[in-house]
Design a protein. Structure first.
Length: 113
């Protein structure tokens, strides 16, 4: 589910098990804000090796990560469901094919892949 706040959109990510969100990249930057638990953010190279990594926890302040455009990344929960689980919000703007921020999603999927 996605929530709008002006032209900023917030998508909830629930981690119900210990499985990561596998390596992927986006065409535009976005922020992931850790709401509950903890997450490991890993920047991966073309072979899937970890270039750098950071752990973020909801209760430790500065609990967000900026994911840069075209950076292959993996997100792994550090707090499992049995211990309260991890929850995060992906925060981003909708874009058009020219890369401009637009108010509403217009069906252009490349901005999300």
């Amino acid at each position: 589910m996605e929530f709008a706040s002006g032209n900023i959109y917030i998508r909830e990510m629930r981690f119900d098990d210990d499985l990561p969100i596998v390596g992927h990249a986006h065409d535009f930057a976005h922020t992931t804000y850790v709401v509950r638990g903890g997450l490991r953010f890993e920047h991966l190279d073309a072979q899937g090796n970890v270039v750098r990594s950071v752990d973020k926890f909801a209760n430790q302040g500065r609990n967000w990560a900026l994911i840069l455009p075209r950076v292959v990344h993996r997100i792994t929960p550090l707090v499992l469901q049995k211990d309260g689980g991890s929850l995060a919000h992906c925060i981003y703007s909708h874009r058009n094919p020219q890369g401009e921020i637009v108010q509403e999603y217009d069906g252009w999927m490349k901005g999300y892949s």
